[in-house]
Design a protein around this ligand. Structure first.
Ligand SMILES: NC(=O)C1=CN([C@@H]2O[C@H](COP(=O)(O)OP(=O)(O)OC[C@H]3O[C@@H](n4cnc5c(N)ncnc54)[C@H](OP(=O)(O)O)[C@@H]3O)[C@@H](O)[C@H]2O)C=CC1
Ligand SMILES: O=C1CO[C@H](CO)[C@@H](O)[C@@H]1O
Length: 319
C-alpha cells in the first residue's frame, strides 16, 4: 500500500524540501496540494506534477483519496487544520513548532487520539546521524558526567512587521519559536527533561516578537543548557557544544554534521552528514509508521515538550 499525501501550504519549506521528500519515498505519493493563492498553487502543482489542487484546506481534507496530510502553513494554522484532518480520519504530520502554545498542542493530540489517527511533528533533526553519534557518546559515558549543552542559532532575515513569523498570535513568538524550537527539541532528546528555565529577550525595534532570545536552563539530570536564537544578522550559525567531565563535543554546523571530539585520548574529527533532503527520513518514518500501525518516531507528545519549555521561558522572560 502507498500512503497518499495531501500537502497544505506550498510556501518556502514545501518548495524547498517537503514535496520532494514525499516524492522520494517509495511508500509515499504526493497527490494533493493546497494554498490560497491560485496562481502560486498552479505553479507549485505544475512543478511537482500534483494532480489534485485546492485553494481551501477544508476541501483538500475532505478529499476521499488521501491517507495523510502534511501541514506546512504558518504556526497559527496548525491547530485548525490538524483538528479538521483528524475529524476526516487523516493522519497528520505537522511542521514545527507544533502550535502557538501547549494548550493547542493538547487539543491536537486529543483530537488525533480520539480519531484514531497518528500525529507527528517535523523535528527532523532527530534523524541526523550526527545527533545519533552525540547520543551514543553521551550514553556510553565517554564524555563523563554531562555538565552543559549550548546552541547558537539564527535566521538572517529582517522580517517586516506583518510577517507571520514576528506576530506572536501567528508564530507563537519570534526566533525562539522559529529557529530555537529545533534546538530545544534536540536538547530534550539528548539530555531529557528540563526542570527550570530563565529567559532574556531583546525586543525588536521593528516588530512585535523578540529579536533575540537567550535561555538558560537546568535539566533534571543536572546539566545546564544555554540557547541563543536571533533574527536579522549577517549569518546563521548552527553551532552545538556539549561539555562533560571527561570530554567535549563541538559541532560547528549541525546541518553539515562535522563533529569535533576532545577527550584525554586527544582530538578527533568525525563526519556524520545528514540526508541530502533533510525531510526525507521524517517522511519515510511517518509513512512507515502508518503502514506498520505504530506511533511515528516524532509524535505529537514529543513535539509538545518543546512548546511546554518555550511557554515556561516566555512566562518568566525578562526584556
Ligand atoms: N522544518 C524546517 O526546517 C522549517 C519549518 N518551517 C515551518 O513550516 C511552516 C511553514 O513555513 P514556511 O514554508 O516558511 O512559510 P511560508 O510563509 O513560506 O508558506 C506558508 C504557506 O502556507 C500557505 N497558507 C497560509 N495560510 C493558509 C491557509 N489558511 N490555508 C492554506 N494554506 C495557507 C501559504 O500560501 P497562501 O498564502 O497562498 O495560502 C504558503 O504557501 C511553519 O510552521 C514553519 O515554522 C519553515 C521553514 C523550515
Ligand atoms: O530551521 C529553520 C530554518 O529557517 C526557517 C526560517 O527561519 C525556520 O522556520 C526553520 O525552523
Amino acid at each position: 500500500m502507498t500512503i497518499r499525501w495531501g500537502l497544505i501550504g506550498a510556501g518556502d519549506i514545501a518548495n524547498k524540501r517537503v514535496a520532494a521528500a514525499i516524492q522520494m519515498d517509495p511508500n509515499s505519493k504526493l497527490v494533493a496540494v493546497c494554498r490560497r493563492s491560485e496562481p502560486q498553487l498552479q505553479q507549485f502543482a505544475d512543478h511537482f506534477a500534483v494532480s489534485h489542487r485546492f485553494t481551501d484546506a477544508d476541501d483538500l481534507i475532505a478529499s476521499p483519496d488521501l491517507d495523510a496530510v502534511y501541514v506546512a502553513t504558518p504556526v497559527d494554522c496548525h491547530l485548525p487544520q490538524t483538528l479538521a484532518a483528524a475529524r476526516a480520519g487523516k493522519h497528520v504530520l505537522v511542521e514545527k513548532p507544533m502550535a502557538v502554545d501547549p494548550v493547542q498542542c493538547d487539543q491536537m493530540i486529543t483530537a488525533c487520539d480520539r480519531a484514531g489517527v497518528y500525529l507527528g511533528v517535523a523535528y527532523y533533526r532527530r534523524f541526523y546521524p550526527v545527533v545519533a553519534r552525540i547520543q551514543q557518546l553521551v550514553r556510553s559515558g565517554q564524555l563523563g558526567r554531562i555538565l552543559s549543552i549550548a546552541c547558537v542559532t539564527g535566521n538572517p532575515n529582517s522580517f517586516p512587521a506583518d510577517d507571520w513569523r514576528v506576530i506572536r498570535a501567528r508564530g507563537g513568538g519570534g526566533p525562539l519559536m522559529d529557529v530555537g524550537s529545533h534546538r530545544l527539541d534536540l536538547f530534550l532528546q539528548l539530555l531529557g527533561e528540563v526542570h527550570s528555565v530563565k529567559a532574556m529577550l531583546v525586543d525588536s525595534p521593528d516588530y512585535e516578537a523578540e529579536q533575540v532570545a537567550t535561555l538558560v536552563m537546568q535539566f533534571t539530570a543536572g546539566a545546564h543548557g544555554v540557547l541563543q536564537s536571533y533574527f536579522g544578522t549577517v549569518d546563521t550559525p548552527d553551532r552545538l557544544e556539549m561539555i562533560g567531565t571527561d570530554g567535549r563535543i563541538t559541532v560547528e554546523d549541525l546541518n553539515q554534521g562535522d563533529l569535533g571530539l576532545y577527550t584525554a585520548a586527544g582530538q578527533k574529527q568525525e563526519s556524520h552528514p545528514p540526508a541530502s533532503n533533510l525531510h526525507a527520513p521524517l517522511i519515510e518514518d511517518f509513512s512507515a509508521a502508518i503502514l506498520q500501525h505504530r506511533t511515528p518516531t516524532i509524535s505529537g507528545r514529543i513535539g509538545k515538550q518543546t512548546n511546554d519549555l518555550i511557554q515556561m521561558a516566555y512566562e518568566n522572560a525578562i526584556s
